[in-house]
Design a protein around this ligand. Structure first.
Ligand code: TXA
Ligand code: MG
Length: 349
């Protein structure tokens, strides 16, 4: 398949191009598009054939449900059984934005889109190109992250092209994703809301609006034997090709340990990379040093994480050692993704 690649500037949207992209979706095709979190791989959420195509293009297991993206809060009504009070409160505070809510679905949404579940995940992105595209596409765009299943989510068009060129109809290049990690997911189908995936909107912020919010136990605990409630969270996701290990402890001890490990790996002729904070970057002695940002600037760390993991693949890195980060606030999302990328392999010193 020939994949058409177009550029759209969020601040000066080309309506003719957006309408072309929308038509592709209405005709059952697939278009990758930018959002504030990561790039999405879009198809018509109400067309079961489109959802099947999404799974095929990603190489994704079909029991892993898709998020339905909307551009108008009122469009939520038609795809859920009931817009609950909690959903309204969250929408008012965080939409449009990086929050996905799970509610009981209406008959309108095919089971192919929800991976066979009777609930549906819904998000209203704040990215202007995403919103214009969703409107042009008819209002309901099913979109997982636009990566081949198992790879880190793409945060720039370059990586969407790497994974999806030849597999889908169109890619909209909208520059870098601002946030860089996937949306926060909260399940509103039970009595108490449950955080299923941490993201830019933190559990503390959700609690400010909802009061009590539980956290799915599998989010930070690698030994947890329970099944995560978001089917996608059970897969070893976000993974680079190289073997990643996180080293946690006092800064000086971490630097010393990583230096020992990188020297050892280089002696074995491995290509090594260190994911370092700005504060420590100068202290590493071996391997490719990638500075992820200042320890105190978690937004930058979130923004850079997937790009660094992808660069490791581009540079054929065999072994990666990463510092550990604070897990409060958005740090919970950063550590959740880093731990998954590492297959929960962590050294404590
Ligand atoms: O930021 C994002 O959410 C990005 C952009 C494109 O919007 N999308 C994204 O989609 O990350 P994806 O498919 O990579 O992740 C969706 C997650 C999966 O873990 C999936 O299992 C979960 O949402 N999910 C979707 N529907 C669900 C449902 N009804 N119940 C439980 N989990 C659900
Ligand atoms: Mg994904």
């Amino acid at each position: 398949m020939d994949t058409k690649i177009i550029k759209i500037d969020e601040e000066n949207i080309d309506e003719a191009l957006i309408s072309q992209a929308g038509k592709i979706i209405k005709n059952g095709g697939l278009v990758a598009f930018p959002t504030e979190t990561v790039y999405g791989l879009g198809g018509d959420a109400l067309n079961r054939e489109s959802s099947k195509k999404i799974y095929a293009a990603k190489g994704r297991p079909s029991d892993n449900p898709l998020i339905v993206h909307i551009a108008d809060i009122r469009d939520m009504d038609a795809i859920v059984l009931k817009v609950t009070e909690n959903a309204l409160k969250l929408a008012e505070r965080f939409w449009p934005g990086p929050l996905t809510m799970i509610l009981k679905k209406s008959d309108w949404v095919p089971l192919e889109t929800t991976g066979g579940l009777d609930s549906v995940a819904i998000r209203m992105p704040v990215h202007k190109t995403a919103a214009a595209f969703i409107k042009a596409a008819g209002g309901y765009v099913a979109a997982p992250s636009a990566n081949i299943s198992g790879k880190p989510s793409p945060t720039s068009a370059k990586y969407v092209i790497q994974d999806m060129d030849g597999r889908i109809d169109m890619i909209i290049d909208g520059g870098d994703s601002g946030i860089g990690l996937e949306s926060t997911i909260v399940d509103l189908t039970g009595d108490i809301p449950v955080l299923l995936r941490p993201g830019y909107i933190t559990v503390e912020q959700l609690r400010e609006v909802l009061g009590n919010v539980d956290v799915d136990k599998t989010i930070l605990d690698g030994d947890c034997k329970e099944r995560p409630k978001a089917p996608g969270m059970k897969y070893r996701h976000y993974a680079p090709k190289g073997e990643l290990t996180i080293v946690e402890g006092q800064a000086l001890a971490v630097v010393e340990k990583i230096n020992e490990l990188t020297h050892e790996a280089e002696r074995k002729n491995k290509k090594v990379c260190v994911i370092a904070t700005d504060e420590n970057a100068d202290s590493y002695e071996a391997g490719v040093i990638k500075s992820i940002g200042s320890r105190n600037d978690e937004d930058i760390i979130a923004h850079r994480l997937y790009t660094i993991l992808r660069e490791c693949d581009d540079e054929n890195i065999d072994v990666i050692y990463s510092e550990s980060f604070d897990s409060a606030g958005i740090g919970q999302a950063i550590m959740n993704r880093l731990l998954k990328a590492a297959g929960h392999h962590m050294i404590h010193i």
